[in-house]
Design a protein. Structure first.
Length: 233
């Protein structure tokens, strides 16, 4: 490079390259010895001594080979751009309303989103059903159903049906109609989840592919967003 550009021009390019390289290397899983080698290379370049140009070139080549060796020792995952937000989660996957209304489901919703991004589709459905179960128990408490923490889905849903039946027989008012719609939608969805997915994934009966996991993810997301509207009693 010095022969074609002249030493001064070559030195300028090398200094610029080393300066830009530091921030690029920072997030990489490089060894301490490699960082020490990079620091020596930086000092060498900043000496700006034409007599050391050949030595500097050797140091650059050695550093390049060592970086490649270090990086080959690790395993890397590629997250497609369309799924990147599910993995990084700069915002709650189901939205801030759900995150605020149901903080106890936060762990499983976040895990489900990451699993979807990582092609762990059955694990995604598993976490979605855990989140849905927590939502069911919260819903039952809103309806003043007792012992929800020690009872299964079917038992809780039967009690929800009983409460909704009593509610349905009350005089028709705007509030009564709104409550029936809010709880009725949730009850229907949760009952469907139990039969279609929850029992199967929890008891290791089924595995799921990408299309199925994405569809179930959307179902649970819509349910949680519906529940997060937090019907005013």
């Amino acid at each position: 490079m010095a022969l074609t550009l002249g030493w001064a021009e070559g030195q300028k390019h090398l200094e610029s390259a080393v300066t830009e390289l530091g921030p690029v290397l920072k997030p990489l899983p490089l060894s301490r010895s490699l960082w020490e080698q990079f620091e020596r290379l930086e000092k060498q370049v900043l000496l700006r001594d034409p007599a050391l140009w050949q030595v500097t070139g050797i140091m650059v080549r050695e550093f390049h080979l060592n970086v490649v060796t270090d990086l080959k020792a690790n395993c890397y995952l590629l997250i497609p751009s369309g799924l990147y937000s599910l993995y990084v989660q700069q915002e709650p996957p189901f939205g801030r309303d759900v995150d605020g209304a149901y903080p106890h489901t936060r762990y499983d919703i976040a895990a489900a989103a990451r699993c979807l991004a990582l092609d762990e589709w059955t694990a995604c459905v598993f976490h979605l059903m855990r989140a849905a179960e927590l939502a069911l128990r919260h819903l039952a408490r809103q309806l003043h159903i007792k012992y929800v923490d020690i009872r299964d889905w079917a038992e809780i849903l039967r009690d929800v049906d009983g409460v909704l039946k009593v509610m349905e027989n009350k005089p028709k008012t705007t509030q009564r109609n709104r409550r029936l719609k809010y709880y009725g939608i949730a009850r229907t969805e949760l009952s469907g989840f139990r039969v279609a997915w929850r029992n199967h994934v929890m008891h290791s009966r089924d595995t799921y592919n990408e299309k199925e996991a994405a569809a179930i993810y959307g179902h649970v997301e819509r349910l949680m967003q519906h529940l997060a509207t937090r019907l005013t009693e």
